[in-house]
Design a binder for this molecule. Structure first.
Ligand code: SAM
Length: 217
């Protein structure tokens, strides 16, 4: 078992900028497969999930780029970065002028990575390590959702919860590179990017990735 989460992250990542966000620095895996198999060996045995937090996923990069280039979506707002992984959504929201941000995930390694990444980028936010999707809607004004529609149960639960949050007044933006379970009909398209990604993780070197807004109902 790995005792010190932050020490593990520092030892197994490099400080790099995601291709679409040269102004942001994150602790990221340089060799995708190496960290994936290392954490599978060391963490898999203890039931912990794979290191999603060690990558800036295509959906998160597109959403982060859009947030920095269209700061009016978050300026002065309370933002939730749902399933934040490395915390890119909350970092870009705070950089763009959000009043506050909460960075959410269920993985304690992601919790440690978000805090290290916040420090690297000179921003601060709260970390909430729990599954919000079965609970009441958040009171955030804006919910940023980077790349979560990759598994059917998660996609279904996320959509239902996001709709409940929208009914409470939240604006919902997601970045998605056409993942299998992305419920496209529920969203309006707002921007598109070509995101360089690792062929070791994805089926391509460039993922065409869009930013979408949940349709109002
Ligand atoms: C593909 S990663 C995306 C991370 C980040 N948003 C990005 O775009 O780089 C998906 C993340 O969802 C998290 N996750 C999975 N189920 C979740 C849940 N029920 N609540 C919160 N986070 C969850 C995983 O731990 C992982 O960090």
């Amino acid at each position: 078992m790995i005792g010190d989460l932050a020490a593990f992250i520092r030892a197994n990542t490099k400080v790099l900028s995601p291709p679409l966000l040269p102004e942001i620095r994150l602790h990221l895996a340089e060799e995708s497969l190496a960290i994936w198999s290392k954490t599978e060996e060391e963490l898999g045995a203890s039931g912990l999930p794979p290191p999603y937090w060690a990558f800036a996923w295509a959906g998160g990069q597109a959403l982060g780029r859009y947030t920095l280039d269209s700061p009016e979506i978050v300026v002065g707002k309370r933002v939730l970065d749902l399933a934040a992984g490395c915390g890119l959504g909350a970092i870009t929201a705070m950089r763009a002028g959000a009043a506050s941000a909460i960075c959410n995930d269920i993985d304690e390694f992601a919790g440690a990575a978000m805090l290290l990444n916040a420090e690297l980028n000179g921003v601060a936010f709260d970390v909430q390590l729990k599954d919000l999707l079965s609970g009441p809607p958040t009171d955030a004004n804006v919910i940023l959702v980077g790349d979560v529609f990759y598994e059917k149960p998660l996609a279904g639960r996320a959509l239902a919860w996001l709709i409940s949050c929208q009914k409470g007044g939240a604006e919902i933006l997601t970045g998605d590179p056409q993942r299998t379970y992305f419920p496209k009909d529920e969203f309006n398209h707002i921007a598109q990017y070509r995101v360089p990604v690792s062929r070791e993780l994805e089926d391509a070197e460039i993922k065409t990735t869009s930013v979408w807004r949940l349709k109002s109902r």
